[in-house]
Design a protein around this ligand. Structure first.
Ligand code: ZN
Ligand code: ZN
Length: 307
């Protein structure tokens, strides 16, 4: 299916890594000037925040948001690098949340990273996630799997997750059969954490930021979020929907773009760059200045409401 014209500028897709190495002069035109979805080594990205900002500058981006998973610790370094290099860095975070029994991600933009309630909630969430993984590890050991917390340390930067456990099991060749996997999956699922989506939205608003539903079309356990889910979250105060994302095809971009318009939500987008060799590069996906202006206006409303 062809991509409707209004999303064509944002449909850059995967660019070869070579484009970022060597000849990504600032004059090279990126498909979009604003990339609102970049990760750093403070969560599961490969690169330090300052290096991510340098990459964005080299790609000619004007505005970016660093949105690490459930941490805001990389924002100060990113902000300082942005100031030094002349690119606007919006404070961001990607919160792990739950919606009707499934995991979803809520992006926060433009909040005050120093908000005490935000720090307290994130720290509490990390502690709960660590405790859940420790419990799953104990249960695995009770079943005879020879795995220690030291084995997990190789597979995570900040704190272990169910994915960390699975990676360690696979790498240590402890998963021998499909039956093994089926026995273990419920343990991993039980350890998945995250606050209710409405709580994540409220947390963002309390910190003076806008809340955006990340990649609703990306399948989790085979299911994407549908229109009814987005509408229900809009009723809970959601500000926007991530329309442009590597997991969305042209039809999904058009559908979620229309849905955002119909619900009065801001449409956002980004590359979800983690600094890995095959990732879509910064600025290969994102939004134009007009779309970003709407997000900025929404952030200003949220900020005014708490100050
Ligand atoms: Zn995500
Ligand atoms: Zn992400």
């Amino acid at each position: 299916m062809s991509v409707p014209t209004r999303w064509a500028a944002a449909a850059g897709g995967r660019a070869p890594l070579a484009a970022a190495q060597g000849h990504c002069a600032a004059s090279e035109a990126v498909p979009v000037p604003v990339d609102l979805h970049l990760h750093t080594a403070h969560s599961d990205g490969r690169l330090a925040p300052a290096v991510v900002v340098e990459a964005a500058v080299a790609r000619g981006l004007k505005t970016i948001a660093v949105v690490d998973h459930d941490v805001v610790s990389g924002l100060e370094e990113a902000r300082a690098a942005g100031e030094r290099l002349g690119v606007e860095v919006i404070a961001g975070v990607e919160l792990t949340a739950r919606w009707r029994g499934r995991t979803c991600h809520i992006l926060g933009y433009g909040f005050d990273p120093a908000t005490p309630r935000l720090h307290k909630t994130l720290a509490h969430g990390r502690a709960a996630a660590e405790a859940a993984v420790a419990a799953a590890l104990d249960a695995l050991r009770a079943r005879g799997y020879d795995l220690s917390s030291a084995d997990l340390a190789r597979y995570h930067a900040r704190y272990p997750t169910p994915t960390t456990l699975l990676l360690a099991l696979v790498q240590r060749r402890l998963l021998r059969s499909r039956a093994d996997l089926l026995a273990i999956l419920p343990l991993l699922r039980a350890s998945a954490q995250g606050m209710p989506a409405a709580e994540a939205i409220g947390l963002m608003h309390a910190a003076g930021g806008a809340a955006v539903l990340a990649h609703p079309g990306r399948r989790a356990r085979g299911v994407a979020l549908d229109r009814a889910a987005v509408a229900a979250l809009a009723a809970a105060g959601l500000d926007g929907v991530e329309v442009v994302h590597p997991s969305h095809d042209g039809a999904q971009r058009a559908a979620f773009g229309d849905l955002a318009d119909a619900l009065g939500l801001v449409a956002t987008g980004g590359s979800d760059w983690h600094g890995r060799p095959r990732d879509p590069l910064p600025g290969s996906l994102g939004v134009d200045g007009t779309r970003f202006a709407r997000l900025r206006a929404r952030i200003e409303q949220r900020r005014a409401a708490v100050s």
